[in-house]
Design a binder for this molecule. Structure first.
Ligand SMILES: Nc1nc2c(c(=O)[nH]1)N[C@H]1C(S)=C(S)[C@@H](COP(=O)(O)O)O[C@H]1N2
Ligand SMILES: [Mo]
Length: 277
């Protein structure tokens, strides 16, 4: 086994070399792609580091470089024909957070493969610091009172998609069905295939935080998290867990998938909380 710390440090040096050289090339894309691959490889070594502070420090160093690559790559994407120019902060400071641009279309972003949906075996569990643990099957979940909310979506890779109309169950109704115990302060929401995000309960109690099974008048497409995804518009998109199947109420902030890898626990796009401080 190679030493994980040494492997990550070597990958950071290699990525920095590629990133430094990229702007001087006629086509910077291949260098950016190679740097992203090197950094993805480095991420795989993180779990083997037992010292939590060192692991987080290296995770942040990886995440910051990934963020630079995302920003450079996204800046090169042209808006689709007919799309209005993305508002700048000066045009519409109330709707577009700093460092974000409107995206043409609707990008699909996730790690791993989208799961297949079987309504006969699907279930959703609420557990942790609650008065009553709950497990709903698909029929029971769909029978819960539902709402339609329109909101904006901001991904940490610098794209924003405005005016998405979600249909589903308010996250606070899910919390209240189980009854949060006094010590409950946060939640860890888990989705397939092996993904999770942590949130303060206050974010889940917002009027527009919803477990959605519909979008823009249609059933939520599988690639966008169907049959059920969380949507938390007040936070960067990685908190909006697709293929959600569990909400665990916790008495402390337990990092999720990207938070373990250097991204911010709170993730407020208006404060540009992209990476762990
Ligand atoms: N289960 C799961 N949910 C996920 C992700 C993931 O990798 N797995 N990626 C997150 C990220 S980074 C973003 S930006 C949004 C993207 O949602 P979209 O693919 O519908 O645009 O999903 C979030 N939810
Ligand atoms: Mo994202």
């Amino acid at each position: 086994m190679p030493d994980p710390v040494a492997a990550i440090r070597a990958a950071l040096v290699r990525a920095d070399d590629l990133l430094k050289a990229a702007p001087n090339r006629p086509d910077p894309d291949p260098a950016l792609t190679s740097a992203a691959e090197v950094l993805e490889g480095a991420r795989d070594h993180l779990d083997a580091i037992t010292d939590a502070d060192l692991r987080h420090d290296l995770a942040v160093q990886i995440a910051r470089r990934m963020g630079d690559i995302d920003a450079a790559t996204f800046a090169a994407v042209e808006p689709a024909p007919g799309m209005r120019r993305a508002p700048t902060e000066a045009d519409d400071p109330d709707r577009v957070p700093p460092g974000q641009r409107l995206t043409p279309g609707w990008p699909v972003l996730h790690v791993g493969a989208a799961p297949t949906f079987d309504p006969a075996t699907w279930n959703f569990t609420v557990t942790g610091k609650v008065d009553r643990r709950i497990r709903w099957d698909w029929e029971a979940f769909r029978a819960l009172p539902s709402t339609t909310v329109t909101s904006d979506f901001h991904c940490v890779t610098h794209w924003s998609r405005l005016d998405n109309t979600w249909e589903g169950v308010l996250a606070r109704d899910v919390l209240d069905a189980a009854g949060v115990r006094p010590e409950g302060t946060h939640a860890l929401v888990t989705g397939h295939p092996a993904y999770a995000a942590n949130l303060p309960l206050t974010a889940l109690r917002a009027d527009d935080a919803v477990f959605a099974w519909g979008v823009d008048g249609d059933r939520l497409p599988a690639v966008h998290g169907g049959p059920l995804r969380l949507v938390v518009p007040s936070r960067y998109g990685w908190k909006s867990v697709k293929w959600a199947f569990e909400l665990r109420v916790t008495d402390r902030d337990v990092p999720g998938y990207w938070e373990e890898r250097g991204y911010h626990d709170n993730a407020d796009p208006w404060q540009e909380q992209r990476f762990r401080a």
